[in-house]
Design a protein around this ligand. Structure first.
Ligand SMILES: Nc1ncnc2c1ncn2[C@@H]1O[C@H](COP(=O)(O)OP(=O)(O)OP(=O)(O)O)[C@@H](O)[C@H]1O
Length: 314
């Protein structure tokens, strides 16, 4: 593998009509990692990926992709699923995959053979000779994804790969990305859906308003917020509030508050002593979605037209 970083970006800038839509972004994608670029709509994710692929040129900053300053020099070692999906409707699925491979230097015969095997693996064996126009949108998207890896690239760049897939296919895609990493590929993908990133990313960057707001592991991001206590007393009344930390809020039978600095034990002792009892108790670390909301800001997420509550993004 040699180089420790498959991709680096330093101070990348892109301006459209005088507006800096990418405004000094730094990224370091370790070789062999699954790396997520997260951000709300319009954050600058696609523009950043396009600069890293050499599809558009930066107005400032430096990039290095598989050891080259010019990504086009290594395009045969890169696989790319663009945000705009599209295949020739009259082509058969396996030919469409082989065609995309051929654009990256793979001979057609090998491409066709690999296409059939890969389609079988993802449960699309029945559609190998089906024309693209006959496939559902989700199936066509999977075919295009296979076309982006058929030449076994060292670097796989996927722009919003989970969008447009149903939950079963989203799960298949997660498994597929993990298998690509096991093959030795580096995967760089963008998403605004936190649940996938939370499960599969080795590292991630959060971008908003063209700037990088966070870089690190999923645990680093989640660790930025305090842990939370969920406590259910035996008695349902409000009297228990007097024995709880001041930030405690009630949600039905459950009271929530930040894990106090001195731990939960002194509070539990008081709750028991005063007869409130313990019907339920858990200490939770906030999820990536909550960390994302805290890092990007509720207002910025709402302004991008996205849900702030977890589990609602699709
Ligand atoms: N070719 C272009 N000309 C003018 N403005 C552009 C162009 N491409 C992107 N933009 C603008 O740049 C900003 C960033 O867009 P970009 O597509 O990079 O964001 P994104 O994070 O990928 O969001 P999304 O998930 O909505 O695609 C947006 O405001 C977009 O309208």
């Amino acid at each position: 593998m040699g180089d420790a970083s498959a991709v680096t970006a330093t101070g990348l800038v892109k301006k459209f009509g005088g507006r800096r839509v990418v405004d000094g972004v730094d990224l370091t994608v370790p070789t062999g990692a699954i790396y997520g670029v997260l951000g709300p709509n319009g954050a600058g994710k696609t523009t950043t990926l396009r600069m890293l692929l050499g599809i558009i040129e930066p107005d400032g900053g430096e990039r290095s992709v598989l050891g080259h300053a010019n990504p086009r020099a290594v395009s045969d070692s890169i696989g790319y699923l663009p945000e705009e999906r599209g295949l020739y409707p009259a082509m058969k699925a396996r030919d469409a995959i082989a065609f995309l491979g051929a654009l990256r230097g793979l001979d057609r015969k090998t491409g066709r053979a690999r296409a059939a095997a890969m389609m079988e693996e993802v449960g699309l064996g029945h559609a190998v000779d089906e024309k693209i126009r006959k496939l559902s949108k989700g199936m066509a998207q999977l075919v295009q994804l296979l076309g982006s890896v058929v030449h076994r690239p060292a670097l796989l760049v996927l722009d919003e790969p989970f969008s447009g897939l149903d939950p079963v296919n989203q799960e298949k895609l997660e498994a597929f990305i993990l298998a690509e990493r096991d093959r030795g590929a580096t995967i760089l993908f963008s998403t605004h859906i936190m649940s996938h990133a939370e499960r599969i990313c080795d590292r991630l960057a959060i971008i908003a308003g063209g700037k990088r707001r966070f870089e690190g592991t999923v645990d680093d991001a989640r660790g930025m917020l305090p842990q939370r206590v969920l406590y259910t007393p035996r008695d349902p009344g409000d009297a228990v509030a007097a024995a709880l930390p001041r930030d405690a809020v009630r949600d039905g039978a459950v009271w929530r508050f930040e894990l106090p600095d001195g731990g939960i034990e002194p509070w539990l002792a008081t709750l028991i002593e005063r007869g409130h009892g313990i019907a339920g108790l858990s200490i939770e670390r906030p999820g990536l979605h909550e960390a994302f909301v805290s890092i990007v800001g509720r207002d910025a997420i709402e302004a991008a037209g996205e849900p702030v509550a977890p589990g609602m993004a699709a």
